[in-house]
Design a protein around this ligand. Structure first.
Ligand code: PHE
Length: 462
């Protein structure tokens, strides 16, 4: 057991794990999906899923980590040597995500610069984002973000990750809350004289919109919610196994899972309150575009429209986004470092240095995917993308549902849920959702994950 390194206690662990979970996914992807999927309808489905599916997946990962004291590869191997392949497969998810996460982090840093130096008009320009990502400076910013991540991971679990999370997470929560409240006070008059208010925008977000609801559409919304959930909770990618392996035995796992779920979901929900009313007031609901477009194109326009206050709000927004991305990015690198030191039996610090060097190169390559290495590939799910989207597709749409499917078969039917439950109840702790956990792991997850896998890979269309 790794008694020498780990989180100092429950709070440090929860904030680090929540830091991994709360990332850019909460800030742009969740609000966008909610706006696209009938507001409140999506919110209700998502909430139901977090406390059933998300809860089961998160509990499984953390308990595997703590019980085995190892990262994915050796964790699965020590449970059952025939299932080592699942550990190896899981290890590759962070390996892939790490190639592009610092790139997004770098983009955020650049937008901090825009708002810090008052280049709001430039940031709000239609072509600004595409010009920027195809320029060399996007590569430099991405490398800077990678270096920042590497330095923190180099500092170690307690002195690096835990310390940074303990500072960043509370500030992030306050910032999100602050902008969300501000967003509700906004109003503007459209060209044809209509008054639009933030509170109306809030209604667009919260009110369930059942118009045109069919079973097919309902299914589609559920699938969107499900894939968002995975990404958002950082589950089925070995990261929570690694973090679990650093948790002390006296920590209450069931309670920690609840707090992490609540924090991650609260930030996602609040990001919606922060973004949707503001976009609604200044750009109308049509302003909610997909993907990075929302964060880097629509929002700068919104901040621009806010006038002088927009510069401050924009700055705060991008700083909080950088915080969110940073604590996620360190969890990805940490998981790779932990697995590698276990496989190669190397020292943590030297491993971190070597891996960081490798990822500096990878980050540069992916960042150049919009200029020098530009390619356009159609993905099996029907969209087209550049290098970054390809990596994102492989890890999120292909590997994660497959891993969740295989690991629920493994836990539900090979190891049996009791194996996990024993760990959660260790030292007489209470596991209130035990019954739910068993049903989810044995029956629901294998079926749901298999369907999600078939659909997100495009093997099955409906
Ligand atoms: N959970 C993070 C988010 O919501 C994303 C993430 C993915 C973090 C993979 C770590 C690893 O943005």
């Amino acid at each position: 057991m790794k008694e020498h390194k780990g989180f100092t206690g429950q709070l440090g662990f929860i904030l680090a794990a929540a830091g991994s979970a709360v990332g850019v996914g909460n800030l742009w992807r969740f609000p966008y999906l909610a706006a696209k999927n009938g507001g409140g309808v999506f919110l209700i489905i998502y909430l139901l899923m977090v406390f059933t599916v998300g809860f089961a997946l998160l509990t499984t990962d953390l308990a595997i980590g703590r019980k085995t004291g190892k990262s994915a590869i050796y964790a699965y191997q020590s449970m059952n040597s025939k299932w080592k392949f699942l550990g190896i497969f899981t290890f590759f998810v962070p390996v892939i995500i790490m190639t592009y996460y610092a790139v997004i982090g770098g983009w955020i840093l650049n937008y901090i610069k825009y708002f810090l130096t008052g280049q709001v008009t430039l940031a709000a320009d239609d072509a600004c984002f595409s010009n920027f990502i195809s320029s060399n400076s996007s590569v430099y910013w991405s490398l800077a973000f990678m270096v920042l991540t590497a330095v923190i991971v180099f500092g170690g679990v307690e002195k690096g990750i835990e310390r940074v999370s303990k500072i960043i997470m509370p500030i992030l929560l306050i910032m999100v809350l602050g902008i969300a409240i501000f967003s509700l006070t906004l109003k503007s008059t459209t060209d044809n004289g209509d008054l639009r208010t933030g509170l109306e925008g809030l209604l667009v977000y919260l009110k369930p919109d059942f118009t045109g609801m069919t079973i097919r559409r309902f299914l589609q919304i559920s699938l969107d919610a499900m894939s968002q959930l995975f990404f958002s909770l950082s589950v089925s990618m070995g990261i929570m196994i690694t973090y679990g392996s650093y948790v002390k035995k006296e920590v209450d796992l069931a309670k920690s899972v609840s707090v992490i779920e609540i924090m991650d979901t609260a930030v996602a929900m609040l990001a919606g309150v922060m973004i949707i009313p503001a976009v609604y007031v200044f750009l109308g609901v049509e302003g909610m575009s997909a993907g990075p477009g929302l964060m880097f194109i629509s929002l700068p326009k919104v901040f621009f429209q806010m006038g002088p206050a927009g510069r401050i709000i924009g700055l705060v927004f991008f700083i909080l986004a950088a915080f969110a991305a940073l604590t996620s990015c360190i969890s990805v690198l940490e998981s790779i470092v932990a697995n590698t030191t276990e496989i190669l039996n190397t020292k943590r610090k030297s491993t971190t240095i070597v891996l960081s060097a490798v990822y500096l190169i990878a980050t540069a390559v992916i960042a150049l995917g919009y200029s020098k290495f530009y390619i356009e590939v159609s993905l099996p799910n029907g969209s087209t993308g550049q290098l970054l989207d390809i990596m994102d597709y492989i890890s999120n749409s292909f590997m994660m549902p497959l891993i969740a499917f295989l690991s629920s078969i493994f836990i539900g039917w090979v190891m049996k849920p009791e194996w996990i439950i024993d760990e959660v109840e260790y030292g007489g702790k209470k596991f209130t959702r035990k019954g739910l956990y068993i049903i989810m792991t044995k029956y629901c997850l294998p079926v749901i994950m298999f369907i999600l896998f078939l659909i997100s890979t495009g093997i099955f269309t409906y």
